[in-house]
Design a protein around this ligand. Structure first.
Ligand code: GTP
Ligand code: MG
Length: 137
């Protein structure tokens, strides 16, 4: 068993999709270890997405991710990182497979509903960014 980290992004929260997305996540066999609804400051979003700071869309990404509430969570399952990336689908919802969370709920490549860590190492770093100070179960 291992862990990944996710955020339901501002577009998905604003559109009222928290419940449906969490059902898909649980239905796919992920256990929710920690979860919090919060809003990132611009500074938090800049820090979280620092790896993308040289990409042309960095400013847009930071503005967007700090524009409204998000739901952050640590998830547990065998092969968590890879299986969760499969469940959420391609970054661009136009290219996401049928039945994936992004195909169902994302509206654009920028407002793409959900984040999933891309490696075990980043899952640990990203989870700690939100939950390091609190108990994990
Ligand atoms: P995450 O799970 O959110 O990390 O997505 P990803 O791993 O599928 O994509 P990547 O890490 O390459 O990009 C991070 C995020 O930046 C994406 O999820 C999008 O929200 C945003 N993004 C990626 N490409 C573009 C783009 O061309 N324009 C804009 N505005 N945002 C983009
Ligand atoms: Mg990524």
């Amino acid at each position: 068993t291992n862990r990944t980290f996710t955020m339901l992004k501002p577009d998905a929260v604003e559109a009222g999709h928290i419940g449906a997305i969490l059902e898909k996540i649980n239905g796919a066999g992920f256990r929710i270890v920690s979860m919090e609804m919060t809003q990132l400051s611009r500074k938090d979003a800049q820090k979280f997405y620092e790896v993308h700071s040289e990409r042309p869309f960095y400013g847009e990404l930071v503005d967007y991710m700090s524009s409204g509430p998000i739901v952050a969570a640590i998830l547990e399952k065998d092969n968590a990182v890879a299986d969760f990336r499969t469940l959420i689908g391609a970054t661009n919802p136009a290219e996401a497979a049928e039945g994936t969370i992004r195909k169902l709920y994302a509206t654009s490549i920028a407002a793409n509903a959900i984040h999933g860590s891309d490696s075990d190492e980043n899952a640990e770093i990203e989870g700690s960014f939100f939950f390091a100070k609190r108990a994990q179960y």
